[in-house]
Design a protein around this ligand. Sequence first.
Ligand SMILES: Nc1ncnc2c1ncn2[C@@H]1O[C@H](COP(=O)(O)OP(=O)(O)OP(=O)(O)O)[C@@H](O)[C@H]1O
Ligand SMILES: [Mg+2]
Length: 469
Amino acid sequence: MNSIEASTPNQAQIEGANFLNLLIVDDERAIREACREVAQSLGFNTSGADSAEHAYRVLEAQGADVVLLDLKLPGAGGLEALHQIKERKPDAVVIVVTGYGTVQSAVQAMKNGAYDYVTKPFSMDELKLLLERVAGHLKLKTENRMLREKIKSKQGFGSIVGRAPEMEKLYRIIAKAAHSSHPVLILGESGTGKEMVARSIHFSGPFRDKPFIPVDCGSLVPTLIESELFGYVKGAFTGAVQSKEGLLAIAEGGTVFLDEVGELPVDLQAKLLRAIQEKEIRPVGSTKRIVINVRILAATNRDLEQAVAQGTFRRDLYFRLNVLSLRIPPLRERRQDIPLLVGHFMERLSRSTGQERTISDDALKAMLAYDWPGNVRELENCLERACAFTTGPVIHLGDLPSPLHGVPGGISPVGIDGTAKIVPMAELEKLTILNTIAQLNGDKLLAARLLGIGKTTLYRKLKEYGSQE
Ligand SMILES: Nc1ncnc2c1ncn2[C@@H]1O[C@H](COP(=O)(O)OP(=O)(O)OP(=O)(O)O)[C@@H](O)[C@H]1O
Ligand SMILES: [Mg+2]
């Protein structure tokens, strides 16, 4: 069995809010001792430093959630020390200690990011109250973060919209997957809701209170993915001024969601496979291994089997990730869900803009006929855009982007068999006007100019079509 690194993630401790690390920076030993006693009685883990330099070393080696910093230290100025601490640990809550009559420096310190200050001499009761307040503050911060994740997940799980039989099947698999700890491979075209499904699996499972960490393997440069996933130690490469924990370790007990896993470079695929199989990772530049306990969810819009056949994706990793797999159908394969999705997004948009809006029949018809290559995301964007451009209560076909006008109510200048279709002039005119406005992102004045008609004519025609001004 391999050893777990001594430096248990601070983040995890804050997460649990059971005990926090306090670093006491004061050159007077007696004061450090007194503070230590009070802090420990409150459940803090403590460490001490008698100079700014010493404090930096402690911070780099083991971090700290809270720093009690005497501004009057030998050597470095207190404000400079505060700056250095914040640079090394931006999240650390720093309480500065000032001497009587130097409150001015405390004010400056607060401006520079200190959380609070206390003036010397202070009573232990004073310190106790202050530390309790800090612990409460950190706990709240953590709870808020978790709450935010949960709310996000509600949007995800509570409201995956769709009643098509394929979706019903998907819900059953999600429920099953949520209660297992095996990797799941989520397949689906772009915009079908892969991340949403991953969130649902995590947040409806027993470890929903643990972190859910998405990693976009497609957008990060390879070296960055490695250091992000596995972490690194100080000095591992140029710029590694301090050690950083890997996401696979930070997600302890929770889920890492490897989005676009098909984009992972081959050498990293090998490292990832080892991490999953052996349940441990080695940070870049470190000789120590860290035991990990995370659930892996992965998603891709690529055909991984084909990538395996072509040798760009490791077969063994594919099998590892593919213990359970689910495929989200593209929207064009479940058109019956389009009205539901439209209703869902319209309701959400009405709520967020404070304006009730509905969609006209011709617009909905066009949405039903359209192929949605960008799937649900495209539909969502399309409605968002339409709402942004429309001032009235109804969204008309003319308010939708031009690709949807290819089949407005089934009218197209070219028939399905490619032969020219007889289209009345009035329809052609309507098509041209609406397409032009859509192409110009709703700029009707410019559309009128380009079409060579007056703006009054354009508005009159739009009124005839029942489109929104
Ligand atoms: N079934 C659904 N019900 C409601 N909203 C959905 C549904 N599917 C997707 N969405 C919404 O569509 C958008 C895209 O979803 P998501 O990011 O999960 O897709 P994705 O498959 O990960 O896309 P990409 O491949 O582009 O990363 C999100 O805003 C999501 O909330
Ligand atoms: Mg995605």
